[in-house]
Design a protein around this ligand. Structure first.
Ligand code: NAD
Ligand code: UDX
Length: 346
């Protein structure tokens, strides 16, 4: 099968995968698709696992080192005959026979990815090489969850996939944004050199139930603060913008990308754009009108604006987000209330 690289016309012939175990063709074999999800114990990964497990012909294997993820996110699947959970750090090689790899493993919240930057870049570079090595060995299709952070502090707005970005190579965010940029390069080099079937999603800020309560990202911070009766901490100047996508929309986009014919990179995100002050106002209005908003110091290299152009996702995947911020925030609020032990609204 021939596929077309995203930024050129070079056709790459994908090699035939090695012959699977003869048992895979036995009439007693129950699963059509064996899927590895790295980082499957995390926020997006665990929602993706839920969706993949709905298909009775899928077998799902999660590999996670539990740095920011948790077994709790997968508790309904532990012990299920079509599900396996492996404690594994992807900076080490992994040998499993699978047909598809959703490669998500990487801390995503700035406070966590900056906590141990050398480990973050190892996860992005060595981890992605290990997963590409696995894909090559077993002939699996691999999808990388890249990020809007590859656009850095963008000078083009909204961001299209053709924009090459404005990234500080030596800043405190570089372990993540440059790490993901190298991960994308590795994906395309393995595709061109070895014929691996690749998919790249550039994910814009995604939120929803199961985010860590102390994750540090803005939506989870504001909801937890509102429920705890603390001021909402808007980092200065508050005019910086983000676009927020609800997690079920994101999972739908990731599966469409994996199942479709395009390598990407493809932006997946909700084009609705909000300043952080506007976001705080919406959280205040929907969750706790009596709460105050406090301007606090920002961190270095914080991108000033971010909004996806999703024309490609619409055209190539037939995908666009369905859930608005005002619809998604209350769904997340209910989950946070349960976990914080705050009583439900009357
Ligand atoms: N949520 C977003 O807004 C967003 C935006 C852009 C890109 N992404 C990407 O999507 C993916 C998932 O993000 P998330 O929001 O679910 O984050 P998350 O932190 O909840 O999940 C990441 C998972 O990866 C695991 N992990 C981290 N390092 C690992 C390693 N070395 N070996 C094995 N497992 C490891 C963590 O334990 C966790 O379960 C990440 O690749 C992230 O870069 C997320
Ligand atoms: O309490 C807070 C936290 C954050 N912020 C602001 O909110 C904005 C968003 O910050 P977040 O920490 O949620 O996330 P960022 O947009 O910086 O990065 C995010 O988007 C791309 C993904 O790849 C990353 O994984 C994700 O964390 C920033 O401008 C930040 O300054 C606040 O105003 N208050």
């Amino acid at each position: 099968m021939a596929t077309e690289a995203a930024n050129g016309n070079n056709h790459v012939v994908t090699k035939k995968p090695p012959t699977p175990s003869p048992l895979r063709n036995s009439k007693f074999f129950q699963s059509n698709m064996r899927i590895l999800v790295t980082g499957g114990a995390g926020f997006i990964g665990s929602h993706l696992v839920d969706k993949l497990m709905e298909n009775e012909k899928n077998e799902v294997i999660v590999a996670d080192n539990f740095f920011t993820g948790s077994k709790d996110n997968l508790r309904k699947w532990i012990g299920h005959p079509r599900f396996e959970l492996i404690r594994h750090d992807i900076t080490e090689p992994l040998l499993v026979e699978v047909d598809q790899i959703y490669h998500l493993a990487c801390p995503a919240s700035p406070i966590f990815y900056k906590h141990n930057p050398v480990k973050t870049i190892k996860t992005n570079v060595m981890g992605t090489m290990n997963m590409l090595g696995l894909a090559k060995r077993v002939g699996a299709r691999i999808l990388l969850t890249s990020t809007s952070e590859v656009y850095g502090d963008p000078l083009e707005h909204p961001q299209t996939e053709e924009y090459w970005g404005n990234v500080n190579p030596i800043g405190v965010r570089s372990c993540y944004d440059e790490g993901k940029r190298v991960a994308e390069t590795l994906m395309f080099d393995y595709h061109r050199q070895h014929g691996i079937e690749i998919r790249i999603a550039r994910i814009f800020n995604t939120y929803g139930p199961r985010m860590n309560i102390d994750d540090g990202r803005v939506v989870s911070n504001f909801i937890a603060q509102a429920l705890r009766g603390e001021p909402l901490t808007v980092q200065a100047p508050g005019t910086q913008t983000r676009s927020f996508c609800y997690v079920s929309d994101m999972v739908d986009g990731l599966i469409r990308l994996m199942e479709g014919e395009n390598t990407g990179p493809i932006n997946l995100g909700n084009p609705g754009e909000f300043t952080m002050t506007e976001l705080a106002e919406v959280v205040k209005e929907l969750i706790e009108p009596s709460i105050s908003i406090k301007i606090v110091e920002n961190t270095p290299d914080d991108p000033r604006q971010r909004k996806p152009n999703i024309a490609k996702a619409k055209q190539l995947l037939g995908w666009e987000p369905k859930i608005t911020l005002r619809q998604g925030l209350p769904l997340m609020e209910e989950d946070f209330k349960q976990r914080l032990g705050v009583s439900k609204k009357a």
